[in-house]
Design a protein around this ligand. Structure first.
Ligand SMILES: [Mg+2]
Length: 103
């Protein structure tokens, strides 16, 4: 898989989940997403050496953890019948109207 659209990401997650019978209720997906988001937060704190406790032995892998969050978000969209690509386009249009650029 190379650079793919968000629609293709959603289809890929759907296929991945279906092939493994990994369908789970939305509430379980939310819990999983929060776990993954916690891993992103830990990486951010490591990047900032928050608390001065980060050592070189602790790897930082933002790419992998952000991908995990995206996987969960898209899996949740699938489980709740949301076209996440269209939802994003629609929401950004609302945001543009709500927060116009000031010149
Ligand atoms: Mg992870």
């Amino acid at each position: 898989m190379e650079n793919i659209s968000l629609k293709e990401v959603q289809a890929a997650v759907h296929k991945f989940v279906q092939e493994r019978n990994w369908e789970t209720p939305p509430e379980d997906i939310v819990v999983h997403m929060l776990e993954e988001f916690g891993e992103v937060a830990r990486n951010v704190l490591k990047l900032k050496n928050y608390g001065g406790k980060h050592t070189d032995k602790e790897p930082i892998n933002m790419e992998e953890e952000l991908a995990d969050v995206l996987y969960c978000l898209v899996k949740l969209a699938n489980a709740t019948n949301v076209d996440i690509s269209q939802a994003f386009v629609d929401k950004m249009e609302k945001n543009r109207q709500r927060f116009p650029v000031k010149n």
